[in-house]
Each structure stands twice: as C-alpha cells, then as structure tokens.
Design a binder for this molecule. Structure first.
Ligand code: ASP
Length: 317
C-alpha cells in the first residue's frame, strides 16, 4: 500500500527577506526531525495517528514553531494552546482548547480521543483530565520565549492581534518583528491505507483571553476521513472557522467527486481568498496523493513517502 506523511509549520509572510542561511538551516533540521519521527512510525507499520503524533511532538518541542514550547502570548501575557487529532479510519477525534502548561497538547488531544468519552475539552476541565491521565505538564518558564514575548509586548496595549509571521497585524500597521513561527500540523496515510490529521497551536499573538481558533475545531482546522482525505490547516483562524475549511475540502471530494488537489485549490485559492482569509493546508488522500496548498507568501512544509520522495520548503512557488 505504501505510506505518505506531510507536515506544516505555519503559513504567512514567509519571504526571502526574512530568511538567512542560518535560519534556513534551522528550519531544514526542524522539519526533517519531525519527518524522521513520523516516517519511523510509518516504516515500522505503525498507524497514521501515531505518525501524526510523533511528528507533531517534535514540532511542539521546537521553539521555531508556535505550538507547545514557544507558543505565542495572549492579551494577558499567557500561553494558551489548542490542539486536535482525528483518526480517519473510525472518525474518532480528540481536541483541546485554551490549555496552559501542557508540554505536548497533541498528546492530550489523543488522550481525549481515546479515553474521555468526549471529543472536545477546554481550560480547567482539560487540565484536570490531563492530570488524571498522567499527561506531562511543564512550568511557565518552559514556554517562555523572548522573541515571542517581545512580539506580544509591542502590541499588548492595542486591540490588535496577529498571525505569527504576518508582516502587519490584522487591523493596522504595527509591524510584527518576528516572522519565524507558526502553528504546526501533520497528516498521514499508513501502510493499511488509514488516514489521520493533527494540528497544534498557540493561536495568535495578543489574542483575546479565551479565544479559540480553527486548529482544534474538527472540520475547520483539522479533519480526517478514510473515504476522502486528511487535512491540517494554518492561517487566520477566524476565516478558517467560518469557511469550515477542512471539512469543505472533504465534502468537495465526497459529494462532488473533485480530486484532492482540485478540492484544496477550490477552498484555499478560491473561497478563502474571496473572504479575505490568509493561510494554507496540508492534505493527503487514501491513495497517498498529497497537497500543500496556500494563498499566503509561504508555508513551512515537508513530506516523505515510501517511494523515497522527501521535501522541505517554505517559500511560494
Ligand atoms: N490558525 C491558527 C489560529 O488561528 C493560527 C496559525 O495557523 O498560525 O489559531
């Protein structure tokens, strides 16, 4: 059957102007480390869900990305994280929103999927469940990142909030000094032909206390169904929520017979652009076809498959 793994580390204004040789080296290593972890699972005959978790944990542990260690700061100067996972073989899903001090939110999302009897937990209830399940916590210092903090300090007294690597904030002209970070995600097809998708994020800098983006919302930022595709999104969450992006791609395949690529293009480069929503997604279907589609300047991304294809990239084509 073969396998395919695709990952992203966020979309946004990623242009040659913000990159240099050292940074490119760091991103190459970070993306390949995550791909190695996921590929190891798939090569060993492991499940798409386990591969997605392994890849995302590596990205969460790397401060280059806005997830886990290195998550952005909210209006109150805290790190509040969202994550979701979905197993396309049985349509089981687990999601968590607004959690603090969870070392790897994707692991908590998986525990919720497998052991809570629910799909979506938030805030204190999610933390209590994490404690009961023995999910690893980390102190505030673990999540502190100077660049992220400075990024927040610059706009904390305004009503602005911003995508990690967007040049300007979403309402005006406060420049974002740091274009280097992003939400993370992974999608995979395993040797059994099963699909899975996962996404993990700190959200958007200076987001309102309690704000939840698209990443943990099943059907918006994350979706997987063996009959169609597995999708993980990144971008301005408010638009992805209203466009129900991930499920829309799946529906275009299921009800309209579009190919994976056609469906992704229709939503990301058509519908979303018309709405004014910036971002992208990664996708894989049950035949192992994949797509990395975005309407922003760039998206940190990478893929591997059993045929020896291996790629990491960030700029637009
Ligand atoms: N989609 C995420 C959110 O709105 C942000 C991102 O993808 O960087 O929370």
């Amino acid at each position: 059957m073969g396998y395919t793994l695709v990952i992203h580390g966020g979309a946004g204004k990623i242009t040659p102007a913000i990159m240099n040789a050292e940074l490119e080296q760091q991103y190459t290593e970070a993306l390949n480390t995550a791909l190695d972890a996921g590929q190891q699972v798939l090569q060993g005959g492991g499940s798409a869900t386990d591969a997605v978790i392994s890849a995302i944990v590596e990205l969460e542990n790397n401060t280059l990305f806005n997830a886990g260690k290195g998550a952005v700061f909210t209006k109150k100067g805290l790190n509040e994280m969202d994550a979701a996972i979905m197993d396309g073989s049985n349509l089981m899903a687990g999601a968590v929103a607004g959690v603090r001090n969870i070392k790897n939110p994707i692991r908590l999302a998986n525990e919720i999927m497998l052991h809570s009897g629910h799909v979506f937990l938030s805030g204190n209830g999610a933390a209590e469940f994490a404690l009961n399940r023995g999910v690893e916590f980390a102190p505030d210092e673990y999540f502190f990142n100077k660049q992220r903090y400075d990024q927040w300090v610059e706009i904390r007294d305004s009503d602005f909030y911003q995508l990690d690597h967007k040049e300007d904030n979403l309402k005006g002209a406060v420049p974002n000094p740091d274009h280097k970070f992003g939400t993370v995600g992974a999608v995979a097809m395993d040797e059994q032909g099963n699909l899975a998708a996962g996404t993990s994020t700190g959200g958007m800098t200076n987001k309102r206390f309690g704000r939840i983006g698209d990443s943990p919302v099943i059907g918006s930022g994350t979706y997987a169904n063996n009959n169609t595709c597995a999708i993980s999104c990144t971008g301005h969450g408010e638009f992805f929520l209203r466009a129900v992006v991930a499920y829309d791609v799946s529906c275009l395949m299921e009800y309209k017979g579009l190919s994976l690529k056609e469906a992704c293009n229709t939503v990301i480069k058509g519908k979303l652009v018309k709405m004014g929503g910036e971002g992208g997604l990664i996708a894989v279907d049950a035949k192992g076809n994949y797509d990395m589609c975005f309407n922003s300047a760039g998206m940190y991304r990478g893929m591997r498959n059993n045929q020896g294809h291996s790629e990491v990239a960030w700029f637009g084509k």
